[in-house]
Design a protein around this ligand. Sequence first.
Ligand code: HEC
Length: 98
Amino acid sequence: MKASTQRSVAALAAFVLVMIGGCVSETAQRTVSAEIVPDGGQIYKMRCAMCHTLRDPKRYDFATLDRALDKYAWRAGCNNSEKAGIRDYLRANAADGN
Ligand code: HEC
């Protein structure tokens, strides 16, 4: 009984590690070293479709998008200029964008 509990805990831990590791290693591969900033829409498509399908910014107001960007930009491996580029793109394309 104790052994089987340990086995299922180990299985769960392994599963969680695979989930996390999968996303982290993908992030590492996509790190861009050049400081050239392509347009925000391009970066958005490259960076923000790793964990879910690309969200259509027109379906969200900018405040929601900006919150998500703050939450996930580092997970997507964005540097500060990429994040700024994505923010400009989202601001222009949000439901309440201009
Ligand atoms: C590490 C995985 C991951 C990456 C990378 C990621 N997201 Fe997400 N995103 C999620 C998860 C999980 C959710 C659903 C939970 C939530 O709402 O926070 C989500 C939800 C969202 C939502 C919906 C939020 C809401 O309040 O309805 C938006 C918008 C979004 N992401 C935008 C982005 C943008 C922009 C990027 C690129 C910077 C990005 N995501 C990158 C995991 C990710």
